[in-house]
Design a protein around this ligand. Structure first.
Ligand code: ADP
Ligand code: ZN
Length: 740
């Protein structure tokens, strides 16, 4: 007897490669696809960029019949259909933007079983003719996008979604897969109940977005800061978020006056203006869109390389969601927050308008969490993930300003005492500017009038400039040693912690950070984030743009940035090499392969210095992924600190990782980090002592196959049988071997 579950493995991989052009799955995709093919329901929470569409498009393509995809955003349907068509999957959408004739055409195609993917808005389910038609044609699956819209507990409730509960009743044998990027436990249960999913497989993916780099900078003259940022990132596309319509217009106008193609987007513009600006941005015709948070819901542009917050977001959820629009294609993208405490009263003003006291205090608490995110010297990624109840296991994420900056602890006790004594000796009645004037010994009339030039601290800090003292005051505020009081005339006051420092009972330190923005390539660390030939990229981008115009689709629908970057790394000049590039399936290869090969060939002819060796790598079946920066310089680049030495001593005595951790009162992951460092530095560490040989080979193989040095995919692949510590040590050894 045939088992009910089939082995779809080879066919799935074949489709993945030939239709979508990918070699491997992103986390959870394979699991979800298998469940759908086995006719089970699925509920999946996956972050933006997690690759949700492939989860239903792939099984739809493999099966007989039509997959019905319910999506709330009409504006996105066309792009999704275009993307599928580009991959050679017959797809169509049906929504209120079509006229009667067009709708009739879609019905005809449905009846002749000519559509694999049918995108519809939820209100179709209330239409008897549509439902009637569905019952007469073969259906492969139902996919519900943005499934949280069915829940009144969610932030995006749409009553039309309630009609989706008809699906399991009318189609008891067809699997339903529901997807969302945001769902608390409560919303999750609500979604499952409201739709009526039948014992669904529940997937909650990590919310980590490894390709996003998080950075916070002190805000001052933010328009100029933005301009400087844009000048450092020429040719990249991004979103700048501001809080009010006026500030949106001011920033957009300022940037335009400096020669940047910037378009505004806010609720005060007409629908036509908004659509026009969004379209231009989608088509790569504007470098930036300056927007209020009204912008973003209807956008799936995958090549957004940065998101700038020029004002303080009102809470961490919004910040995560807005920054999440960057880097959907998996390529590196930067999230920059310009932060000033001066923004807090502005948000508080809005919050004060709320009538419900409880809501008001929750909103204020959320602002404080956001401020904490910006001010604390803790890995930003760790902080974000913790906020969503997720534990981030690495000590150093390698992709936030805290983790990658050249941080150094400095003792600021004496300078802190100078500032606090100035505050105290002036009876805590003055603001930052005045206190700094006292500390630096400024000769102002006000100081003379109030005879503050006679107090002991006057001029005690004149050996350092005002900028330094401003930093120091910010730091003391951030650490809660002092606080600001009064909205209208804010004055500095001492907090309890500050008193301890002032009276010499406690020391206070600060992290000295390099303020310079590094380029993403210097900061990101995974394989995909390595160098590519930027000159070639510029040329290929032009081809992509021209083809997109011809096809009347946005450029990212033709090829993602990731696909172009790969071409610019491996210089494919034959169809068989081109096939190996990620994101190129058969349909795109046929349609566009020659154009890009022609351009690459002509570029190589123009640049004979690009050697054969540079291009060789494209032909290897297994590529060794480029090394992450942490081992870039090879052995001996890192100083071995005292704490690592201690671990080494214990290692030499034959202790296990667990034992060393216990003895030193550190975590196992820290000890593994020490061993990793020792391995990188060429110390003689015997890995056999920590991991079984066969297991080690399997892990090595997987690293090479995935072409990715990140640990999470490996851990996930072995579903719990390989620990972080093990994967980390194997990686360190493999890197050392391949660098020898
Ligand atoms: P989501 O809807 O979850 O935000 P998408 O379905 O838009 O994500 O996919 C995000 C990006 O990842 C797209 O550019 C898509 O082509 C790419 N992608 C999807 N699956 C894979 C895969 N298996 N390998 C590489 N890239 C993938
Ligand atoms: Zn970090």
């Amino acid at each position: 007897m045939l088992s009910e579950k089939q082995n779809n493995g080879p066919a799935i991989l074949h489709t993945l490669k030939n239709v979508f052009g990918f070699q491997t799955f992103l986390p959870n995709q394979e699991f979800i696809i298998n469940r759908i093919l086995n006719k089970q329901d699925v509920f999946a929470v996956m972050p933006t960029g997690g690759g949700k569409s492939l989860c239903y498009q792939l099984p739809a393509q493999m099966q007989h019949g039509t997959a019905v995809i319910i999506s709330p955003l009409i504006s996105l349907m066309k792009d999704q259909v275009d993307t599928a068509l580009e991959n050679g999957i017959p797809a169509a959408f049906m929504n209120s933007s079509l006229n009667t004739q067009e709708i009739a055409d879609v019905y005809r195609m449905m009846k002749y079983n000519k559509i694999k993917l049918l995108y519809i808005a939820p209100e179709r389910f209330a239409m008897p003719y549509f439902m009637g038609t569905l019952t007469t044609i073969p259906i492969s699956l139902f996919a519900i996008d943005e499934a949280h819209c069915i829940s009144e507990w969610g932030h995006d409730f749409r009553p039309d979604y309630l009609s989706l509960s008809l699906i399991p009743k009318m189609f008891p044998d067809i699997p339903i897969a529901a997807f969302t990027a945001t769902a608390t436990q409560r919303v999750q249960e609500d979604i499952i109940n409201k739709i009526g999913l039948r014992s669904p497989n529940i997937i909650r993916a990590s919310f980590n977005r490894p390709n996003l780099f998080y950075q916070v900078k002190r805000k001052s003259k933010v328009d100029l800061q933005i301009l400087e940022f844009l000048r450092e990132h020429p040719g990249e596309f991004g979103i700048i978020y501001r809080t009010t319509r006026d500030s949106v217009m001011d920033t957009a106008n300022f940037l335009v006056s400096r020669g940047i193609i910037a378009l505004p987007y806010h609720a005060g513009l007409t629908t036509e203006e908004r659509n026009k600006n969004q379209d231009a941005f989608n088509r790569d015709e504007a470098s930036v869109i300056v927007a209020t948070i009204a912008f973003g819901m209807g956008i799936d542009k995958s090549n957004i390389r940065f998101v700038i917050h020029a004002d303080l977001p009102k809470n961490i959820e919004s910040y995560y969601q807005e920054t999440g629009r960057a880097g959907r294609d998996g390529e590196p993208a930067l999230c920059m927050l310009f932060f000033s405490r001066g923004d807090i009263p502005k948000i508080r003003y809005f919050i004060d308008q709320m009538t419900d006291e409880k809501e008001r205090s929750i909103a204020m608490e959320k602002v404080n969490q956001m401020v904490g995110f910006a001010e604390h010297n803790v890995c930003r990624r760790k902080k974000l993930l913790n906020f969503f109840g997720e534990d981030y296991p690495l000590d150093n994420c390698g992709a936030c300003d805290i983790c990658s900056g050249d941080v150094e602890q400095i003792d600021i006790t004496i300078d802190a005492q100078i500032v606090m004594s100035a505050i105290s000796r002036t009876q805590q009645r003055f603001g930052t500017g005045y206190i700094i004037d006292i500390v630096t010994g400024a000769d102002t009339k006000r100081i003379c009038d109030l005879r503050h030039n006679e107090i002991k601290t006057y001029g005690a800090g004149k050996h350092k400039d005002k900028k330094y003292w401003r930093f120091l005051v910010d730091e003391l505020l951030a650490q809660g040693a002092i606080q600001v009081d009064g909205d209208r005339y804010p004055v500095l006051k001492l907090a309890e912690k500050g008193l301890d420092v002032l009276y010499g009972k406690e020391k206070i330190t600060a992290l000295k950070r390099e303020e310079k923005i590094k380029t993403k390539k210097q900061t990101m660390r995974s394989s995909e984030y390595s160098d590519y030939d930027e000159n070639l990229f510029e040329r290929l981008r032009v081809i992509r743009k021209n083809l997109a115009e011809e096809q009347q689709v946005p450029p990212f629908v033709i090829f993602s940035d990731k696909t172009l970057h790969e071409m610019c790394r491996y210089y494919p000049v034959s169809l068989s090499d081109m096939r190996k590039i990620s994101g190129i399936g058969n349909a795109k290869l046929d349609r566009y392969g020659e154009y890009f090969i022609g351009e690459i060939q002509s570029y190589l002819n123009d640049n004979p210095a690009i050697s054969f060796a540079d291009r060789q790598s494209a032909n290897k079946t297994i590529r060794i992924p480029p090394r992450p920066p942490l081992v870039k310089g090879g052995r001996g680049d890192f100083k071995i600190s005292e704490t690592v030495e201690k671990t080494y001593e214990l290692y030499k005595k034959g202790f296990s990782i667990g034992h060393i951790a216990k003895q030193r009162n550190l975590t196992q992951s820290t000890i593994a980090g020490h061993l990793e460092r020792l391995i990188q530095n060429g110390y003689d560490i015997d890995i056999d002592r920590f991991i079984d040989r066969l297991k080690r080979h399997k892990i090595e193989e997987l690293f090479l196959k995935l072409q990715d040095w990140n640990l999470s995919p490996v851990i996930e692949h072995f579903s719990g049988t390989v620990s972080y510590e093990e994967a980390r040590l194997v990686r360190a050894f493999l890197l050392r071997r391949t660098s020898e």
